[in-house]
Design a protein around this ligand. Structure first.
Ligand SMILES: NC(=O)c1ccc[n+]([C@@H]2O[C@H](COP(=O)([O-])OP(=O)(O)OC[C@H]3O[C@@H](n4cnc5c(N)ncnc54)[C@H](O)[C@@H]3O)[C@@H](O)[C@H]2O)c1
Ligand SMILES: O=P(O)(O)OC[C@H](O)CO
Length: 329
């Protein structure tokens, strides 16, 4: 199969390396200045160093070249670039089957990735969401990884899963697009919270509490948005939450650890040099929680630290001083 991967950050590059084992892969790079060194060295030095691109991966910064003969398009740009990219695809006038790999809510509209897709490309081509616990470096290394592929179209997910699963990449199917996307978006906010907690050396008990109560608020929001409760116990819910809250490779967790050291957010983002989707998603999730009257104390705490100048110490105190309540709503 011919697969176009649109977005040459860590995630797009890792998927290109993995999928090139069994498919013809073209990797689209938005920035021509990033394309030149990639073509010359065949290593994505900025976003995924140490992993050479197999010869089979073709490289281009021309969107029509990348998608011209593609049987499947995998979108791996950050959510901030999703709408612009989809508008460009739409303008080409082709109804391409698309898998979305970004995690977050769109800034200002609070839309999930598939909602942006539906708004921009109402052309009726099937689409799906690929999510779950997956650090790009480990996928590039060929280490075992399990992902969830969600779509309204079961025959489409079955076809895509049969094509993209490999010996080390196992794909589970789901019909719950909203649940899978909400889990992938909000886990990044909770990972910032656990990073803050670990950076403050609040201990293992505090981290376990944040993960568990974080899962409770992700589930409340996801169900209110139309997701299924059980999805949040799966790979795109609890699975990705555990990975991102505990894995040293997580950019969102690292943002939290640096916030705990008192570093200013712009400096942190510059040092990380990659997207940390939880930073913007904290804003959108906090607003949605308020609008839908859903209790999201951990998200609120991260929002207050990021956008309301609240100290991490004050945020911790506020969470702990809440009235006792029953564990399950
Ligand atoms: N890295 C991972 O382990 C991983 C795993 C699963 C999912 N994801 C998701 O994939 C998405 C991309 O993450 P990443 O890790 O590849 O990011 P990254 O920071 O490694 O790379 C970002 C890439 O997107 C490009 N970019 C930045 N702004 C853009 C815009 N406005 N329009 C188009 N392109 C833009 C950059 O040039 C770069 O190529 C995110 O939503 C992330 O949550 C990442
Ligand atoms: O490094 P993070 O925090 O963006 O997390 C990457 C992936 O989403 C983990 O599944």
């Amino acid at each position: 199969m011919r697969i176009a991967i649109l977005g040459a950050g860590a995630w797009g590059t890792a998927l290109a390396i993995n999928l090139a084992l069994s498919h013809q892969v073209t990797l689209w790079i938005r920035d021509p200045n990033q394309l030149r060194p990639l073509v010359a060295k065949r290593i994505n030095q900025r976003y995924l160093p140490d992993f050479p691109l197999p010869e089979a991966v073709q490289l281009t910064s021309e969107l029509d070249v990348a998608t011209y003969t593609a049987d499947l398009v995998l979108v791996t740009v950050p959510i901030a670039g999703l709408r612009e990219l989809l508008l460009r695809i739409h303008a080409m006038g082709k109804a391409l089957p698309i898998i979305l790999g970004c995690k977050g809510f769109e800034a200002h509209s609070s839309m999930l990735p598939h909602q942006v897709l539906r708004e921009v490309c109402a052309m009726g081509a099937p689409f799906g969401i690929l999510s779950g616990p997956s650090f790009a470096q480990e996928v590039a290394q060929g280490l075992p990884t399990a992902l969830t592929l969600a779509s309204d179209d079961e025959s489409f997910t079955k076809w895509v899963a049969s094509e993209i699963h490999t010996a080390y990449l196992r794909i589970y199917l789901s019909g719950d697009v909203i649940g899978v996307e909400t889990g992938g978006a909000v886990k990044n906010v909770i990972a910032i919270a656990t990073g803050i907690s670990d950076g403050m050396r609040l201990g293992n008990n505090a981290r376990a509490a944040l993960i568990t109560r974080g899962l409770a608020e992700i589930t409340r929001l996801g169900v209110a948005l139309g997701g299924c409760k059980e999805t949040f116990m799966g790979l795109a819910g609890m699975g990705d939450l555990i990975l991102t809250c505990t894995g040293e490779m997580s950019r969102n967790r690292r943002v939290g650890m640096m916030l705990a050291q008192g570093q200013p957010l712009p400096d942190i983002l510059q040092k990380i040099g990659h997207v940390a989707e939880g930073v913007h998603t904290a804003q959108e999730a906090q607003q949605m929680g308020r609008k839908l009257k859903i209790e999201m104390p951990v998200t609120q705490a991260v929002f207050s630290i990021l956008y309301e100048n609240m100290s991490a110490e004050a945020a911790v105190k506020k969470i702990l001083n809440r009235e006792p309540k029953t564990e399950f709503d």
